[in-house]
Design a protein around this ligand. Structure first.
Ligand code: SF4
Length: 273
């Protein structure tokens, strides 16, 4: 179990600008924290922890949260952003120093597969975004969902990304299916997994095994302090709640070491059974 006390995950908005077919979230939820809520929280945490990395994400899409770049410009640190890429270039143009940004972009394979999931016209936006990130020399990791239909093109997809910029990293993930999610419903998770229809699970698993970069460690710790619209957690949004935004930061930092036995880690035999 890897804990990071210098890493702060911030998910200040419940909203998205896409409606992906395989989205694992409840897209009816809406809400956001204010700029001041987040700024004050960061200041309180900084009195008890030395934060070197801020990880920005939306329960949906971070680019929709207006104060985001103001706070990035205020904070001297590394800033990771996990994004679907829609509106990203416009938001990064507001950032003073792009060399402190680390972009993690979700792309679901080549055009046909990406647009089957994310909608018509989204691939061209993604390609323009990747070319801009390359031109601006922004450190970029492309995360790609493998599905029974796209897995056969994983190698071609990697070549396409590397053709844009050989320094871009490409990692593959397997999504949570409805079957897996049903198994975990009892833990209070709100995920809605993708429905791929009928497919050969064994053949899919076998095909995934050959995808270079599958589930590679991307340096994300297992437990860390995470502020979300719904409270404070000890890792990402659907997991182990450890308090409220205005709780004593020292207690929150201490509790952030706790693993709540989340949906993701259960698969890997987390210590809490
Ligand atoms: S970008 Fe992410 S959060 Fe938004 S609809 Fe797609 S999968 Fe869901």
């Amino acid at each position: 179990m890897k804990h990071a006390s210098d890493y702060l995950y911030i998910e200040p908005i419940l909203d998205c600008n896409l409606r992906c077919r395989y989205c694992y979230l409840n897209n009816d939820q809406r809400g956001e924290l204010t700029e001041d809520d987040v700024r004050q929280f960061i200041r309180r945490v900084q009195t008890v922890a030395d934060i070197s990395t801020f990880s920005w994400i939306g329960h949906g899409e971070i680019c929709l949260w207006k104060p985001w770049t103001t706070l990035v410009n205020e904070l001297t640190a590394t800033h990771i952003v996990q994004t679907n890429g829609i509106g990203l270039v416009e938001r990064l143009l507001e950032v003073d120093w792009l060399d402190k940004m680390r972009v993690r972009l979700s792309v679901d394979g080549l055009k046909k597969h990406h647009e089957t999931n994310r909608g018509a016209g989204t691939f061209a936006v993604m390609e323009r975004t990747l070319r801009w990130l390359s031109e601006m020399r922004v450190k970029t990791l492309v995360r790609s969902l493998l599905t029974p239909k796209s897995v056969g093109e994983a190698g071609l997809f990697r070549d396409w990304v590397k053709g844009i910029d050989a320094s871009f990293d490409v990692r593959f993930t397997i999504p949570f299916t409805k079957k897996q999610v049903d198994k975990y419903r009892g833990y209070g998770c709100e995920f809605v997994g993708p429905d791929f229809g009928t497919y050969d699970e064994k053949a899919f698993e076998k095909a995934c095994e050959t995808a270079e970069g599958l589930n590679d460690d991307d340096d994300t710790p297992d437990t860390y302090l995470a502020l979300t619209v719904n409270g404070v957690y000890s890792c990402c949004e659907a997991q182990h709640k450890i308090g409220k935004i205005d709780d004593d930061p020292r207690l929150l930092v201490e509790r952030s070491r706790e693993c709540g036995g989340c949906l993701f880690l259960k698969e890997n035999e987390c210590r809490l059974e």
